[in-house]
Design a binder for this molecule. Structure first.
Ligand code: CU
Length: 545
């Protein structure tokens, strides 16, 4: 025993042994993997909630769930998808990949990383257990507008607030960790304009979180005080204003959309050039448009509040500001299209998901421009058109983007390739199921179906569109099952990936799959945004001699 302790003098006693490995996982990459797997579990849970809601709405006057249960489902579906699935999956991929892509051994603060992870898991458990509270969990939607949220009886709402507080602290710590890592631990030669675009997007993601997340936390604190301490911040009868909450929530809520979408855009910027066998077109434009999007996203929040009676001059301002965001976003889309133009396109599963992202997100962006025009919004506000728009951007953008990333980096994470046929099948199921689910919801919105209703009467076109939407949601569920089968099936028997199965460009493909504990034995000097391409070319040239 004594000899063993002597051989590892640098590690303090409390960090040794089995228990300690949970506080500070043995492999630096383990944090990232736990993030990825748990976010998958919450995705499944929130997905089942969506299927329950779609089953209730498939036919008129259905009684699959009660009104109260439906409200619980819609609240936790939204909150869990945003806070327990999308953000943690991005954090997990970032945790694993950012150090690898910049040629570092680990994140800057590994123990802080473990703390973020534990806070996240605890937050998820609190949210799920809040279903058991007296009177059930929160029923005010993920936007939690007072007085619905301040008046709901029972402690379910308080637990929901606690859960969001915990995930807020977790995300802030994670953001600080990403910023310090990216700013300080880059490999020799990796200047800002040679950094992978996914890393660029993670840097902007982290700065944006730091800027807007505290506003949500402050709003949640006031809400909790209104509920438990007799204050009246959001209560007009006591001199407060429910609009104060809406401002606080949306100052966070709108940028949050970009917190989720920017990393997805970063993934697309990595996948497209690799599968088009071309350098990315407009590297700098794509990198700096992320910064522009993040900046403008903080100036447009009240486009969610066009119906509350703001002075018209403000409505006009928020309309124009919202439309301006289409400029940097359009810049990215045209640069991606130019990357594909005359490329040698390879339609592997990651590429299919990336193209799915490109097509769906563009449609979601266009309906966003409709809704940004406030006279149009007055007609469509709180209708299913908004639900459709939201899912085209967030499901079509974030989920398809993340699935592109998952299929692209899976061989790096687990050392084995996914089955291409199952990968393609899952894409087509997801793609077809997606449009079948959400395209009809545009028409439902135009026909006047309000969102968040739990049932509706017979007659008219609502029934057909709703049935189509429900069938689509089950097709997507099938697509998710195919992805899971693919991962399970290939985990033992899949083809070995080797270091670089895709002929990719960035540093993570320089090391083994999966990487060793310290990520790299050596890191090549980075002389361009495509260090691995440079390396392959030099090898070819030396072979030719
Ligand atoms: Cu918005």
């Amino acid at each position: 025993m004594a000899a063993r302790a002597e051989s590892t003098p640098a590690v303090p006693a409390w960090q040794r042994g089995r228990g300690a490995s949970w506080v500070r996982p043995a492999r630096p990459q383990a944090d990232g993997l736990v993030y990825i797997v748990s976010s998958g579990v919450f995705f499944a849970a929130a997905g089942v909630m969506a299927l329950l809601m779609r089953t209730q709405l498939a036919t008129a006057n259905a009684e699959v769930v009660t009104r109260e249960s439906y409200n619980e489902l819609l609240t936790v579906h939204g909150s869990a998808m945003v806070f327990l699935f999308a953000m943690p999956l991005i954090a997990g991929l970032g945790n694993y990949l950012v150090p690898l892509m910049i040629g570092a051994r680990d994140m800057a603060f590994p123990r802080l990383n473990a703390l973020s992870l534990w806070l996240y898991l605890f937050s998820g458990v609190v949210m799920m257990l809040s279903f058991l509270a007296e009177g059930g969990t929160a029923q005010a939607g993920w936007t939690a507008y007072p007085p619905l949220s301040s008046q709901q009886a029972g402690n379910g709402m308080d637990l929901w607030i606690l859960s969001l507080h915990l995930i807020g602290v977790s995300s802030l710590l994670g953001a600080i960790n990403f910023i310090v890592t990216i700013h300080n631990l880059r490999a020799p030669g990796m200047t800002w304009t040679r950094m992978p675009l996914f890393v660029w997007s993670m840097d902007v993601f982290a700065w944006l979180l730091l800027a807007v997340l505290p506003t949500l936390s402050a709003g949640l604190t006031l809400l909790l005080l209104d509920r438990q301490a007799g204050t009246h911040f959001f209560d007009p009868t006591g001199g407060g204003s429910p609009l104060l909450w809406q401002h606080a929530f949306w100052f966070f809520g709108h940028p949050e959309v970009y917190v989720l979408i920017l990393p997805a855009m970063g993934i697309i910027s990595e996948v497209l050039p690799v599968f088009a066998r071309k350098p990315i077109f407009g590297y700098k434009a794509i990198a700096f448009s992320s910064v522009a999007i993040a900046f403008f996203s903080m100036l447009v929040w009240a486009h969610h509040m066009f119906t509350v009676g703001l002075p018209n001059v403000l409505n006009v301002y928020f309309m124009i500001a919202s439309m301006i965001i289409a400029v940097p976003t359009g810049m990215k889309i045209f640069n991606w299209l130019a990357t594909l133009w005359r490329g040698n396109l390879h339609f592997d599963a990651p590429m299919l998901y990336a193209l799915g992202f490109l097509s769906i997100f563009t449609v979601g962006g266009l309906t966003g421009i409709f809704l940004a025009a406030f006279p149009v919004d007055w007609q469509l506000h709180d209708s299913y058109f908004v639900v459709a728009h939201f899912h085209y951007t967030i499901f079509g953008g974030v989920v398809f983007g993340l699935l592109a990333g998952l299929h692209y980096w899976w061989p790096k994470l687990y050392g084995r390739l996914l089955d291409e046929r199952l990968g393609k099948a899952s894409f087509w199921l997801m793609f077809a199921g997606f449009h079948l689910t959400f395209l009809p919801q545009h028409f439902l919105g135009l026909l006047g179906m309000p969102r968040r209703i739990y049932t509706y009467g017979e007659g008219g076109l609502w029934e057909g569109y709703n049935m189509a939407s429900t069938i689509g949601s089950y097709v997507m569920g099938l697509g998710v099952l195919v992805i899971l089968v693919n991962m399970a099936k290939t985990s033992r028997t899949g083809r070995r990936a080797g270091n670089d199965p895709w002929q990719a460009n960035t540093l993570e493909w320089y090391t083994t799959s999966p990487p060793p504990e310290h990520n790299f034995d050596s890191v090549p000097y980075v002389a361009s945004p495509r260090p691995l391409y440079d390396l392959r070319r030099r090898l070819k040239e030396s072979d030719a001699v």
